[in-house]
Design a protein around this ligand. Structure first.
Ligand code: NAD
Ligand code: UGA
Length: 477
């Protein structure tokens, strides 16, 4: 039987574990909250006195860390001790796509979930509620439960251990994580035992209306997470497919999105066309869904979801081709400025960022790139590009073709084009008349997020191309 939860431990101090536990600690001052990770450097950064050096950038996060860290929120690498003293353990480790072996390229690699389960099995004491926070394939709870149960048998001298497994997938989006955690649209809890489910509800109840807490059986909960991400990604691919049609027909994608989204049955969210979805989850979760469908013999369902991924890739390649065509079919020795490298605004995360693919394509066409992102470090940009381009061309010397800029002037100086990939608010304020004078004519701005105000271009020599705009807005002068 569960006792009242006093201490929670979270395995995995990443984009989910860090912010989620900070909010729990902030809202539940009566709980002790510990976040553990194998990665010593990451834990060191979470403990850094300089709050601008936290490993995750999220608006509002550093205030919560400032308030709770060292009081009821702790970051450490003591996995054994932290699990041992906890009544509830969240698993928030990464679940990337498998790179080798059975299901490679599609199935989720559950090695980190499995090792977490083994640590819990070994170090837990008394009754422990294990909560799946990571996004995992449906039926993973069975694997976790099996590992926990078998270890109970191995450790005959510690038979007083018992475990219950719940699924409570996380729906936060990066860039708005703290807000999403404080005011979630819903919290989902899947489980078999009412008392354990209630233990978790008791925690969320500290700040979330009980009406927003949905309880289901464990398999529905696991599958709902994959389905939610697949539906969101599908909307992005849908609007991106229509952006191409707008460009051909004279329609305007923002007008179409508004007209369509005003129908309440469709809804206005997630209808912003862009360079394709990035982030660590949409692609991997859809690949995982595809794998599960194939496993159960549902080929047509797998093909349906695969098309969402195909359109996403196509959109990124399509944008590259437009740039090459506008710049007379060649980028050799041309300078292109790139504004934004994160996969979306308000995050320092670059995982699966469309910028990686687009920049790689441009480099392979012979361009020199000058890249600026307000939150992504130089090292991360160079590492990402190196990995991506070396997968295609071993001998490519990234440093000869890429510079990381620290100002708009540096980006613009002598550039033939500037490409906006991430929708950072700062980019909306750029004075294009100043930029125009620094570029080499004929110069182009490619607005892949449809964020710039066309009025700001009226007095410039710049040519502008906007994603999803069919009308010819080449040069407004
Ligand atoms: P992440 O890579 O940022 O963090 C995962 C952390 O787990 C890493 O720091 C890693 O070192 C640690 N780890 C791995 N194995 C460990 C072990 N055995 N013991 C201790 N630490 C271990 O990943 P993330 O973005 O936080 O995502 C975590 C999970 O949450 C994934 O399943 C993801 O699909 C899901 N998710 C992510 C988001 C998001 O916005 N990033 C949102 C909802 C759900
Ligand atoms: C997404 C989901 O929104 C979260 O609910 C989920 O918890 C999370 O995945 C996860 O499981 O990891 P996230 O990837 O952080 O969150 O960010 P989103 O806001 O969903 O954006 C994903 C990508 O789609 C970004 O590249 C974004 O630019 C793009 N996007 C989003 C668009 O191009 N248009 C839109 O209208 C919305």
């Amino acid at each position: 039987m569960p006792n009242k939860v006093k201490t929670i431990c979270c395995i995995g101090a990443g984009y989910v574990g860090g912010p989620t536990m900070a909010v729990i600690a902030y809202k539940c001052k009566h709980l002790k909250v510990i976040v553990v990770d194998l990665n010593k450097d990451k834990i060191k950064s979470w403990n850094n006195n300089d709050l601008t050096k936290l490993p995750v950038y999220e608006p509002g996060l550093k205030d919560l860390i400032k308030e709770c860290r060292g009081k009821n929120l702790f970051f450490n690498t003591d996995i054994k001790g932290s699990i041992a003293e906890s009544d509830m353990v969240f698993i928030s480790v990464n679940t990337p796509t498998k790179e080798n072996g059975l299901g490679a390229g599609e199935a989720s690699d559950l090695k980190y979930v499995e090792s977490s389960a083994r640590s819990i099995a070994e170090f837990a004491t008394g009754h422990t509620i294990v909560v799946e926070k990571s996004t995992i394939p449906v039926k993973t709870a069975e694997v976790i439960q099996t590992i926990l149960n078998s270890s109970k048998k191995d450790l005959a001298n510690r038979t007083n251990k018992s475990f219950a497994v719940l699924s409570s997938p996380e729906f936060l989006a990066e860039g708005t994580a703290i807000n999403d955690l404080l005011y979630p649209s819903r919290v989902l809890i899947g489980g078999e035992s009412e008392s354990e489910i209630n233990s978790l509800i008791d925690i969320y109840k500290n700040w979330i209306d009980e009406e927003k807490i949905i309880t289901t059986n464990i398999w529905s909960s696991e599958l709902s997470k994959l389905t939610a991400n697949a539906f969101l990604a599908q909307r992005v691919s849908s609007i991106n497919s229509i952006s191409a049609l707008c460009e051909e027909t004279g329609a305007d994608i923002s007008e179409v999105a508004k007209a369509v989204g005003t129908d309440q049955r469709i809804g206005k969210y997630f209808l912003k066309s862009g360079p394709g979805f990035g982030g660590s989850c949409f692609k991997k979760d859809i690949l995982n869904l595809i794998y599960i469908c194939k496993y159960y013999g549902l080929k047509e369902v797998a093909d349906y979801w695969n098309q969402v991924l195909k359109i996403n890739q196509w959109q990124q390649n399509r944008l590259t081709n437009i740039i090459v065509n506008k710049l007379f079919g060649t980028l050799t020795n041309k300078k292109i400025g790139v504004l934004g490298f994160a996969f979306k605004a308000n995050t320092n995360d670059t995982r699966e960022s469309p910028a990686i693919n687009i920049c790689t394509n441009l480099l392979l066409e012979g361009a020199h790139l000058s890249i600026y992102d307000p939150k992504v470090s130089e090292n991360k940009i160079l590492e990402n590009l190196k990995d991506s381009i070396h997968a295609k061309l071993d001998s490519f010397e990234i440093k000869k073709s890429v510079t990381i800029a620290t100002s708009y002037e540096q980006i613009a100086s002598g550039a033939d084009a500037i490409l906006i990939i991430t929708e950072w608010d700062d980019f909306k304020e750029i004075e294009w008349s100043n930029i125009s004078e620094l570029m080499r004519n004929p110069a182009w701005i490619f607005d892949c997020r449809d964020i710039v105000d066309l009025d700001k271009f009226r007095e410039t020599e710049l040519n502008i191309w906007k994603l999803g705009h069919g009308s010819n807005i080449k040069n407004l002068k």
